[in-house]
Design a protein around this ligand. Structure first.
Ligand SMILES: *[C@@H]1O[C@H](CO)[C@@H](O)[C@H](O)[C@H]1NC(C)=O
Ligand SMILES: *[C@@H]1O[C@H](CO)[C@@H](O)[C@H](O)[C@H]1NC(C)=O
Ligand SMILES: *[C@@H]1O[C@H](CO)[C@@H](O)[C@H](O)[C@H]1NC(C)=O
Ligand SMILES: *[C@@H]1O[C@H](CO)[C@@H](O)[C@H](O)[C@H]1NC(C)=O
Length: 407
């Protein structure tokens, strides 16, 4: 493999003006409560699953003890519904005292003691999506409060802000206030998704100057249809979205729902493979206390994670469609090193007969490729060689390859 610094400079980053807080040099990995636990706040009725410090502490324990932390998952992220219903006498946000008796500071200390990082949630506008107090009129104070508590990542949502034209101003203000705290806080912005929803043109240069990761499209739900609609969106918009991704800046197709109620094992592999190709944040929203080993193994697949976390931070794209199969490639750090996904939209197993040249591979001496979901070596392949690629049954069957130039 030939390292090429020149290529990295050309492809690896959107430009000199990307947000410079040293964070998200590769897509962030961790756990985020929302898709699985929602706004479940009744701890009397559901003590095990309600949004409380106990839930986040238990997930932190599982991240450490079950190998996720060693695999790279480090953020433990709170979503909506953590706050008390009003601000305190000094206008500061504080956590619901019954569900978070240690306060966010106490929770942050616990998370940090495990070698993990804490993420929190607010919204731009006066209320969160679920009607809790949010940061609209208090951006600076809230940035300071989050930093005092030891927060490491902030997701700022936007649904109760009716005038979405103001987001272009408001989110960058928050970026300045976060920076002014002196604490590096990874900033996750929902702003482009709301502009998209309102038909407002998105300025991704501005987004990348102010956010580490950003949502582009609707919330993921626990269904294959939802995963598919998100992948379709990124395929359609790839010419806009690929150039903005790079170290420090990533498009966010939303949480991993692997190990929840709806995805089959094959479909879970498909989500993991596609999120790695898309250089997407890997934020699991599942119950790590009850997840079964077959789903856990997918989340811990080291070869897939290595593609996700490749240092060049280049986002992959769809390069070929052959019958029911879409072929996606992601260029990796070294000169001719690639991740490849064959994604089957059809229901039956199928064979795609193509040359590596057809998907843009150009090194004349050829490549070595390996199936990283099943750990099968394919050995040396010439670029002009017509070859059969067997793709498992769908919808959502995937073959994922790691390939590099070899002689
Ligand atoms: C919580 O659930 C319990 C038991 O189902 C119910 O009696 C109580 O009214 C609920 N509390 C709230 C605030 O909804
Ligand atoms: C937030 O509250 C302030 C003060 O009451 C008000 O001026 C502003 O319009 C509100 N913003 C939104 C988005 O509702
Ligand atoms: C604040 O921004 C400056 C300039 O972009 C950067 O060098 C610094 O690391 C940032 N600090 C934090 C805490 O994000
Ligand atoms: C987008 O934002 C960049 C950076 O702030 C700015 O230079 C540029 O003029 C903006 N483009 C448009 C079309 O507003």
């Amino acid at each position: 493999m030939w390292a090429s610094a020149v290529l990295l400079v050309l492809l690896g980053s959107f430009g000199a003006n990307a947000l410079d807080n040293g964070l998200a040099r590769t897509p962030p990995m961790g756990w985020l409560a929302w898709e699985r636990f929602r706004c479940n706040v009744n701890c009397t009725a559901d003590p095990k699953n309600c949004v409380s410090e106990k839930l986040f502490m238990e997930m932190a324990d599982r991240l450490v003890e079950d190998g996720y932390k060693d695999a790279g998952y480090e953020y433990v992220n709170i979503d909506d519904c953590w706050m008390a219903k009003q601000r305190d006498a000094n206008n500061k946000l504080y956590a619901d005292p019954e569900r978070f008796p240690s306060g966010i500071k106490g929770l942050a200390d616990y998370i940090h003691s495990k070698g993990l990082k804490l993420g929190i949630y607010t919204a731009y506008g006066n209320f969160t999506c679920q009607g809790y107090p949010a940061s609209g009129m208090h951006l600076e104070l809230d940035a300071q409060t989050f930093a005092e508590w030891g927060v490491d990542m902030l997701k700022m949502d936007g649904c109760k802000q009716m005038d979405r034209h103001t987001m272009k101003k408001g989110y960058p203000q928050m970026t300045k206030y976060l920076n002014a705290t002196g604490r590096p806080i990874l900033f996750s912005c929902s702003w482009p998704d709301y502009e998209r929803g309102a038909g407002i043109p998105i300025n991704y240069t501005l987004v990348a100057e102010n956010c580490n990761i950003w949502r582009n499209y609707v919330d993921i739900q626990d269904s294959w249809q939802s995963v598919l609609s998100i992948i379709d969106y990124y395929a359609k918009e790839q010419d806009t979205l690929v150039p903005v991704a790079g170290p420090g800046n990533f498009n966010d197709p939303d949480m991993l729902i692997i190990g929840d109620f709806s995805l089959s094992v094959e479909q879970a592999k498909a989500q993991m493979a596609m999120w790695a190709i898309l250089a997407a944040p890997l934020l699991m929203s599942n119950d790590l206390r009850t997840i079964t080993p077959e789903y856990r193994d997918i989340l811990l697949n080291k070869d897939v994670i290595a593609i996700s976390q490749d240092n060049a931070g280049i986002m992959g794209k769809r390069v070929l469609q052959d019958g029911d199969v879409d072929i996606w490639t992601r260029h990796l750090e070294y000169w001719e090193e690639w991740g490849v996904v064959f994604f089957n939209n059809g229901t039956t197993a199928t064979t795609v007969t193509i040359k590596l040249k057809d998907i843009g591979f150009s090194y004349i001496l050829g490549y070595d490729c390996r199936d990283i979901l099943n750990n099968v070596e394919f050995g040396h392949i010439e670029i002009e060689q017509l070859r059969d690629w067997h793709v498992p049954a769908g919808p959502g069957g995937v073959l994922m390859l790691y390939c590099f130039d070899s002689e």
